[in-house]
Design a protein around this ligand. Structure first.
Ligand code: ADP
Ligand code: MG
Length: 290
């Protein structure tokens, strides 16, 4: 059995999430210099088809340590598939993936290589993907015990530490049906963080939440992403503009544009990017404070 990320149970999102006041914030991430950290993740020439549909078309992507990369783009452009290929929830047809110095030719990986590489990432899913019959604490300990072979008591302590980090101290014993959507996603985030991944992958982490409840999760991600290496697929353009250090626009299985938030949002190089972004209003004056 692979680690817990190989299991992807789903649950219907609870729409009664508890919103937190979200205060104006500022990291001025968008004004930061492009990151010059060492390469943490590199994928070269990755392609993936489902039958005749080419979903990823020879994509190259390099992410440096400490970068927070937002991937934006229309529905169906291959964003989720890219993340799933990076985490081996999908098997790419070709490409070379390197994470934290460990490389594999995706055409011919061994189970051992896949396991080693997938332990370097952790995924936060759109629909939380919690075990419905397990408590918040158990949802976090499962991967630690099964994948990391951690002792139960140690896993329990670590789970509580991470649940505390995402503001769920009073919910250790709650099962998903007893939690709001926002709280369930906090468990999903705690589970991913507890695995201590080199790169954390978020696939539209707020899109199953009611619009007015989105900020409580964006606030958590903002804190979590600070200092981490993260790839975040999102439709929250203000968040991408304010929090990401880099923005990638994907369309039809290709990376069309890649730059700082300012470059991509304020000065898109291609008509496709400009057209996509024209549907969103970005407030250039609000700043996020982490
Ligand atoms: P995005 O996340 O950008 O909305 P996806 O990566 O989910 O895009 O999907 C890209 C394309 O691949 C879509 O046309 C989608 O229907 C198709 N697709 C995704 N997963 C599968 C699958 N398991 N089987 C067949 N087609 C799929
Ligand atoms: Mg998607």
């Amino acid at each position: 059995m692979l680690d817990d990320n190989s299991i992807e149970p789903t649950t219907e999102p609870d729409k009664n999430s508890v919103a937190s006041e979200s205060e104006p914030k500022s990291s001025a991430a968008r004004d930061a210099e492009p990151h010059k950290g060492s390469v943490m993740l590199e994928v070269k020439n990755i392609s993936k088809s489902f039958g005749k549909l080419r979903v990823l078309k020879n994509i190259d992507l390099t992410v440096n340590e400490g970068e927070v990369v937002a991937i934006i783009g229309p529905s169906g452009s291959g964003k989720t598939t890219l993340l799933r290929c990076l985490n081996f929830l999908e098997r790419a047809d070709e490409g070379v993936l390197t994470i934290d110095g460990l490389s594999a030719d995706l055409k011919k990986t061994t189970a051992k290589q896949r396991l080693a590489l997938r332990r370097k990432t952790a995924m936060v899913f759109q629909n939380y993907a919690l075990f419905l019959n397990k408590t918040a604490r158990e949802n976090v300990t499962e991967g630690l015990i099964v994948s990391k072979k951690m002792k139960k008591a140690e896993a329990r302590t670590l789970a509580e530490e991470y649940l505390k980090k995402v503001g769920l101290t009073d919910k250790y014993d709650a099962k998903p049906f007893e939690l709001s959507g926002g709280q369930q996603q906090r468990v999903g985030i705690a589970r991913a963080l507890a695995l201590n991944p080199k790169v954390i992958l978020f696939d539209e982490p707020t899109s199953a939440l009611d619009p007015e409840k989105v900020n409580e999760i964006l606030d958590v991600i903002c804190v979590v992403a600070s200092g981490a290496t993260a790839i975040i697929v999102t439709h929250e353009m203000q968040f991408a503009y304010d929090v990401a250090t880099r923005v990638i626009f994907m369309d039809e299985g290709e990376i069309v544009e890649d730059g700082t938030p300012k470059e991509v949002f304020d000065n898109p190089k291609t008509e496709r990017t400009a057209q996509f972004l024209s549907r969103f209003n970005i407030n250039r004056n609000i700043e996020y404070i982490i």
